[in-house]
Ligand binder design. Structure first.
Ligand SMILES: *[C@@H]1O[C@H](CO)[C@@H](O)[C@H](O)[C@H]1NC(C)=O
Ligand SMILES: *[C@@H]1O[C@H](CO)[C@@H](O)[C@H](O)[C@H]1NC(C)=O
Ligand SMILES: *[C@@H]1O[C@H](CO)[C@@H](O)[C@H](O)[C@H]1NC(C)=O
Length: 229
């Protein structure tokens, strides 16, 4: 009973270790930002800029954004007046070659209230692949403001809590499914009787040897009885 447990614990330990290594090794991420300042259901995206995260672990990044033009500022104010949403589309490309597109939005008045100071938060999964993107602004909701034309964007990269955990639950469920399948007879245990039960047989033999070694008279007496009859 102890042996299987020890092996399982060792396996779990090893997988934690390798997961950690995988997560520490991460390359770059490129985000392309597209914004929509119109209020119609169909967003009309125009390019806003690029954010390159050179090293996901250390968080070194380069932000290249063009500011808002005068007509775009008026559009944003118009959007705020009608309680509209500023919509952002983010296309994320990673060094592993995957590409994903995310949509996020914020009521336009908050961007006015914070003088175009916004925070883009990027959530990564345990394989450092982007999972979600969201835009927020620290300001209050303001309808009009003589604000800046240039974005002041902070980027936050979020990792899974306390590093990636090994997927123990899934592993245990898999073991459980295999056990059930065995019980239903799907996976026939076709090992020989000896292969299945050798450890019990060895244990019984050892016990027998120990007990006969510590009590040789009982064995001898038994034999004696047999001879007398
Ligand atoms: C963003 O990057 C793309 C190529 O990945 C480039 O074509 C585009 O001009 C860049 N835009 C800005 C605003 O730098
Ligand atoms: C950008 O915002 C930060 C606070 O988040 C502020 O300290 C900094 O001065 C701002 N930069 C510009 C160019 O406005
Ligand atoms: C048990 O059966 C499977 C096929 O059902 C076979 O591949 C495997 O080699 C067998 N194992 C033994 C120990 O005979």
């Amino acid at each position: 009973m102890y042996l299987p447990c020890t092996i399982l614990c060792l396996l779990i330990g090893i997988s934690t270790f390798t997961y950690g290594i995988e997560f520490d090794y991460v390359g770059w991420l490129q985000l392309r930002l597209w914004q929509a300042l119109n209020d119609e259901p169909m967003p009309n995206f125009v390019e806003r800029g690029n954010i390159t995260i050179r090293n996901v672990r250390s968080g070194t990044l380069v932000i290249e954004q063009s500011g808002l033009s005068r007509p775009q500022i008026n559009q944003l104010k118009e959007l705020a007046k009608t309680d509209g949403k500023y919509r952002l589309q983010v296309t994320a490309r990673t060094s592993s070659g995957s590409e994903a597109t995310f949509l996020t939005s914020i009521p336009a008045c908050y961007l006015l209230g914070s003088d175009l100071r916004d925070t883009l938060t990027l959530w990564l999964d345990s394989a450092a692949e982007p999972m979600a993107v969201s835009l927020s602004a620290p300001g209050s909701c303001v309808m009009d403001n003589n604000f800046a034309k240039m974005w002041n964007t902070s980027v936050l990269v979020k990792y899974p809590d306390a590093g990636p955990a090994p997927d123990t639950a899934t592993h245990i469920q898999k073991l459980e499914r295999e056990r059930e399948a065995r019980e239903r007879g799907e996976t026939k245990d076709n090992r020989s009787f000896l292969a299945k039960y050798w450890m019990y047989i060895v244990a019984v033999v050892i016990l027998f040897l120990l007990s006969s070694a510590s009590n040789p008279e009982a064995v001898g007496g038994g034999t004696g009885n047999g001879q007398r009859q």
